[in-house]
Design a protein around this ligand. Structure first.
Ligand code: NI
Length: 255
């Protein structure tokens, strides 16, 4: 059984076959899915999916590249949604310096504000951090109140940084990128951190694993990620599935 910790099934890419695809997940071994909001609009769509499907849970939040139009009113709405039992995390939130906009100060402001929100509603956080390692770590250290509960999703930094965020309490999200030829750094991360700190994720419709790279991604391709992690760590695919499943249950479903 696989725990999918990061999907965007509300994306347009699934408009044609969303329901039939989602209905096929469980018979293919995908037990739970965390669908992750990235804007206020996708957060509302995420919430609707979580209410429709018993095995889908939602994360509500605003991705750094979507923070420009955000106001305190939106924080009120996120808080309202977070009170529902099908909402299990605040995310994805963070910093993305690959893009020049919005301004870094705006990204930082809403990253901090949504960390605060996660405390107000007592939920873990899903962090998106791209080309912004230093500022992400600075903010996390500055705002730390004991251990964090959360995941650094689509991890793209060094093994040293992975160990630092694990020490702060975080899990590391690993997806299709680990199957790519140029994924040396992520392979090292997987090698060096304990399986007990890894979550499986797709970030679908993006980041499709080999051999389907370039096609639309979905949770159905997670077995390719499981296989790669098993190969890197020299353990069985069953163990990778079992431990990452337990990790997802512990972090998001308190079981
Ligand atoms: Ni995402």
């Amino acid at each position: 059984m696989i725990f999918e910790s990061h999907a965007h099934f509300d994306d347009d890419a699934f408009d044609e076959d969303r329901d039939s695809l989602l209905e096929s997940l469980r018979e293919n071994g995908i037990e739970y899915v965390i669908n992750v909001g990235a804007s206020m609009e996708s957060t509302e769509r995420t919430f609707a999916l979580a209410k429709k499907y018993p095995f889908i849970y939602g994360a509500v939040g605003v991705h750094p590249t979507d923070t420009l139009p955000i106001t305190e009113k939106d924080m009120d709405r996120l808080k309202e949604l977070a009170a529902d039992e099908k909402v299990v995390a605040i995310g994805e939130i963070g910093l993305d310096y690959y893009w020049d906009e919005p301004d870094r100060e705006i990204q930082k402001k809403w990253f901090r504000r949504q960390i605060e929100l996660s405390r107000e509603v007592n939920l873990p956080i899903i962090i998106h951090s791209r080309e912004a390692a230093k500022d992400t770590l600075d903010i996390l250290h500055e705002m730390a109140e004991g251990e964090y509960r959360g995941v650094m999703h689509c991890f793209s930094y060094s093994p040293e940084i992975a160990k630092e965020v694990i020490k702060m309490g975080f899990y590391i999200g690993v997806g299709g990128v680990c199957t790519y030829k140029n994924a040396k750094k992520l392979v090292e991360v997987v090698e060096e951190i304990p399986l007990e700190r890894i979550l499986l994720e797709t970030d679908c419709p993006y980041l499709t694993p080999v051999p389907y790279r370039g096609k639309r991604n979905s949770s159905l391709y997670l077995p390719y990620v499981v296989e790669k992690i098993a190969e890197i760590k020299g353990i069985s695919t069953e163990e990778v599935e079992r431990v990452t499943y337990e990790n997802g249950m512990k972090l998001f479903l308190n079981k």
